[in-house]
Ligand binder design. Structure first.
Ligand code: TXA
Ligand code: MG
Length: 335
């Protein structure tokens, strides 16, 4: 059985946090909210706990985890050394959705990094997550709390749907405020390389570091093993329409409806009256898309469509991270 504890995201109940911290210290698994998505946490210094975590998620062993810290001291303890650029990024963006890949210190279990010499670290900006790490008094390794390959969880109910019965405890802090995963930045390269786009944009990073590179697929594959695995996918086939021309979307959905149930996710309204069409309409805004896409993909998938048609958004600023996730979820892209 998986216990669920509901918590005030601003002022979490210390007793509930202590109960969760005790599970972590004892080598168990706890799902908890962060500002990006829910994480599935285990003690980053305990190799057995980490192996259990990989197993619960069905995660390939070659896809390393992000270690979550609650203070700079904890960061210095998990990193082998900290360069000056990293210090400045931390000053600017922590706590927040920026993950830094640095050389791994001896405290971190080797399993966390899937054998790499480096470790990915971030300080989340969520009171429940921070209190949990402080109380556990150990860095917490946490991938997104979904079954491997499924859309990331932005609510406790998503965690339960995927991992209920496999983990001890879920801390429910309500919906994640950002809704897509952190930016992953490799600080062992010069200039630093963005391995996974996220809410912190290349422009914002450049203001601090002077220059930043963005990994092209081949390089991201080599440096960030996670990017080669299938991601964020509902059961239905997802077709991404990169540009949303209203008439094209309309005809596209009508055509698909001839052969079965269809779901549509976008900011352009489609004018179709059919019991076989379920749709969710978002604002034409990266903030609303980020907050909504994983939940919407899960909800639409549950209506049993053959295809989920998704309308893209403009790639400027935070839109790039949203489009990255939509492309990974898609099995077909119409540009
Ligand atoms: O926002 C987030 O980052 C969420 C919350 C829970 O913090 N976590 C998350 O974890 O998205 P996960 O496991 O779903 O994604 C971790 C990503 C993967 O793409 C992985 O390959 C990359 O970080 N990564 C982890 N350690 C790495 C390392 N040492 N070098 C390069 N990439 C690494
Ligand atoms: Mg994930």
């Amino acid at each position: 059985m998986t216990a669920v504890l509901q918590l005030d995201p601003e002022r979490p109940d210390p007793e509930a946090i202590e109960r969760a911290a005790a599970v972590i210290r004892g080598g168990g698994l706890v799902a908890f909210p962060t500002e990006t998505v829910y994480g599935l946490g285990a003690d980053a210094t305990n190799g057995r706990a980490i192996r259990k975590l990989f197993e619960a998620k069905g995660r390939p062993a070659d896809n390393p985890l992000i270690v979550h810290v609650a203070s700079r001291e904890m960061f210095r303890a998990v990193a082998a050394d900290v360069d000056e650029k990293s210090e400045r990024l931390i000053e600017r963006f922590w706590p927040g959705p920026l993950t830094l890949v640095v050389r791994r210190g001896p405290q971190v279990a080797a399993e966390v990094s899937s054998g790499l010499e480096t470790v990915a670290v971030r300080m989340p900006r969520n009171a429940i997550a921070l209190e949990l790490i402080r109380r556990a008094a150990t860095p917490i390794a946490a991938p997104s709390a979904n079954l491997s390959g499924r859309p990331s969880p932005t609510r406790a109910e998503h965690v339960l749907a995927d991992l209920g019965g496999r983990i001890a405890l879920v801390l429910d802090g309500g919906p994640a405020s950002i809704g897509i995963e952190s930016t992953v930045l490799d600080m062992t390269a010069d200039p630093p390389v963005i391995l996974r786009p996220g809410w912190i944009t290349p422009e914002a990073i450049k203001e601090v570091t002077g220059a930043v590179a963005i990994a092209v697929t081949g390089e991201a594959l080599r440096r960030s093993p996670g990017t080669r695995h299938r991601h964020y996918s509902p059961r239905a086939r997802v077709v991404l329409l990169e540009r949303g021309d209203p008439r094209f979307i309309q005809r596209f959905c009508e055509e698909l409806l001839k052969s079965g149930r269809v779901a549509y996710l976008g900011h352009t309204r489609v004018d179709i009256e059919s019991p076989d069409l379920s749709s969710i309409i978002l604002e034409n805004d990266p903030r609303d898309y980020a907050r909504s896409i994983y939940r919407a993909l899960r909800a639409l998938d549950a209506t049993g469509p053959l295809t989920i048609v998704v309308e893209g958004i403009d790639e400027a600023g935070e839109g790039a991270a949203v489009m990255d996730r939509l492309r990974r979820a898609a099995s077909e892209i119409v540009s």
